[in-house]
Design a protein around this ligand. Structure first.
Ligand code: CU
Length: 125
């Protein structure tokens, strides 16, 4: 009797694992790295802001805000096609201060993700 119950329990466990494994294999895209990196302090204004993802995705929002929350103009480079990279050039040199780059992207599986890269530009050059 006990062994029969054990067999059923392991059977249920195996079925549960089988449904979990495919989902784990197709993990959605995440931010892999950025330039500037999150938390960087730069000695001069960056010319471009770069994001690299773990897999192709469509970046739907990319905006740069200064410490007062004012949006700074950036220009998206490249097309809107799915890519593992996104680049935006900075229209005007950024004055010293703290900035945050907010991004949102949709992966191939339809998942929307987002994040913030924070960096600072030093007054001393
Ligand atoms: Cu996903």
């Amino acid at each position: 009797m006990l062994s029969r119950f054990a067999f059923i329990r392991y059977g249920i466990l195996a079925a549960a694992l089988a449904t979990l494994v495919p989902g784990a294999a197709s993990a959605h895209a995440m931010l892999h790295t950025s330039d500037p990196v999150d938390g960087a302090t730069l000695n001069a204004s960056p010319r471009a802001l770069n994001l690299a993802f773990t897999e192709d995705c469509r970046v739907t929002t990319l905006r740069l805000l200064d410490e007062s929350g004012r949006e700074r103009q950036v220009r998206r480079e490249g097309g809107r096609a799915a890519s593992s990279k996104a680049t935006a050039t900075v229209a005007e040199a950024l004055p010293a201060g703290a900035y945050r780059l907010e991004w949102r992207a949709m992966g191939d599986d339809g998942h929307v993700m987002g994040g913030t890269v924070r960096f600072a530009v030093n007054a001393a050059r």
